[in-house]
Write a protein that binds this ligand. Structure first.
Ligand code: URA
Length: 238
């Protein structure tokens, strides 16, 4: 048996309308459950079994949702914000599903962000004990060299005395502006920027490419998103 949800909440959660709109649809006899018109908005339904139709449209209850977002710069990793657009506002499902971002990217950082309403999965991915790897592509002001690779690999003491776990730094192009990939195993505030600061360099551009087994789909334009595939989700859940 699945969870029990009131009919009006079931419909509103699935984007059929606001709570008062769906009550009206129910009152007008437009909703059937198991083939019968139901007029009680507070009828409790087993979400794993109920066959709910709105006119001729079948409405299945999807309790948990998982989206991969290619976060653009200028958008904040939050659910609400007084001044800026949030990553959750970019996901236009029309549903009321309590979505939130799994972890944070800085406002000016682009790339992979998982948006979900699965608190358990988020908790596991963000647990400091799990050391889930996160890989970033970055442009760095100044020439990144083998010395930096060694320092990153040894773990870096940041300005607040926190010492990072060994990180993998791969130089893609060394020059006045270097291109690198860096993999870290924690998620401290501004961590990549602070690691480069600690070796006297500045991050000019930062984009997350992967988190654990989840890899950014390069077909997603900035601000684009899609549902995770079954396979991606299974791998992420381990
Ligand atoms: N490290 C940073 O400095 N910023 C991010 O957004 C992510 C990792």
């Amino acid at each position: 048996m699945g969870a029990l949800v009131r009919l009006d909440k079931y419909l509103a959660d699935m984007g059929a309308g606001t709570r008062s709109e769906v009550k009206e649809y129910i009152r007008k006899g437009r909703i059937t459950v198991g083939g019968k018109v139901v007029k009680q908005p507070d009828l409790k339904l087993d979400i794993s079994q109920a066959e709910v139709y709105f006119d001729s449209r079948c409405i299945e209850y999807e309790a948990l949702e998982y989206y991969m977002l290619n976060k653009p710069a200028g958008v904040v990793s939050a659910t609400t914000d007084k001044h800026c657009k949030t990553v959750v506002e970019l996901i236009e499902t029309g549903k009321n599903k309590d979505l939130f971002p799994v972890g944070r990217l800085d406002k000016d950082t682009e790339g992979l962000l998982l948006i979900t309403n699965d608190g358990d999965l988020a908790h596991r991915l963000l647990s400091p004990k799990k050391h889930v790897p996160k890989t970033y592509y970055a442009h760095i002001k100044g020439k990144v060299d083998e010395e930096d690779v060694i320092v990153f690999h040894s773990g870096i003491k940041l300005e607040d005395d926190f010492t990072t776990l060994p990180a993998r730094l791969v130089i893609k192009k060394a020059g006045e502006v270097s291109e690198v990939e860096v993999t870290i195993y924690e998620g401290k505030f501004h961590q990549v920027k602070r690691m480069f600061e600690a070796v006297g360099k500045e991050v000019l551009y930062l984009k997350r490419l992967s988190m654990g087994d989840l890899v950014l789909d390069e077909n997603l334009i900035l601000g684009g998103y899609r549902k995770l595939t079954e396979e991606e989700l299974n791998r992420l859940k381990g």
